[in-house]
Design a protein around this ligand. Structure first.
Ligand code: SF4
Length: 178
């Protein structure tokens, strides 16, 4: 991979911080999956979420089959971060950046496995269980769906997780292999 060329392209995107990492640095936790199951309304409603993505052990195996990764973080200021509608409205822009970075990596001939923020919202209604995913190449499972504790990785590389105030922070992990 031509990292210098990629970094020039990343500099043109609205990415607040990024870091390259090795996937064997990722921390996986069943606890994250439990939170999905008990607290997320998308659990069991999307191809991008558990249980469709497989067990945490299966997700870990998939992730480790891509030895390298790129973490990106985007920031958006909203009027009131406690307003979930405002917070979620910032997500499409983050998804667009994630999609662009995936394209940049693929343009370098890499096989890319992107994980993004929150559940897939590409379709008005997910086809989960009634038909296969309509857009498997566009569909990014969320980082947490794979049981990944992204804050551990972010903190290891000095990536800020909480800016405070009304700043919404989204993370994506783009795993890749030659
Ligand atoms: S692309 Fe559509 S069908 Fe596929 S996971 Fe996303 S919402 Fe569901």
């Amino acid at each position: 991979m031509n990292i210098a060329a990629l970094e020039e392209q990343l500099a043109l995107l609205p990415i607040a911080q990024y870091t390259f990492f090795r996937t064997d640095e990722l921390v996986f936790s069943e606890r994250v999956r439990t939170i999905c199951e008990q607290e997320c309304p998308r659990f069991g409603t999307s191809w991008a979420c558990p249980p469709a993505v497989g067990s945490v052990a299966q997700c870990r195996e998939t992730c480790l089959s891509y030895p390298d990764g790129l973490l990106i973080a985007t920031l958006t200021e909203v009027e009131d971060i406690a307003d979930m509608a405002q917070t979620l409205a910032t997500r499409p822009a983050h998804e667009a950046v994630t999609r662009k970075v995936a394209e940049l990596l693929r343009a370098q001939g890499l096989d890319v496995y992107p994980l993004s923020a929150d559940s897939c919202a590409s379709c008005e209604e997910c086809t989960y269980l009634s038909a296969p995913c309509r857009h498997p190449r566009q569909m990014f499972p969320c980082v947490e769906s794979h049981g990944i504790v992204v804050t551990v990785l972010a903190e290891k590389y000095g990536i800020d997780c909480q800016y405070g105030g009304n700043i919404v922070t989204w993370f994506s992990l783009l795993l890749y292999r030659e």
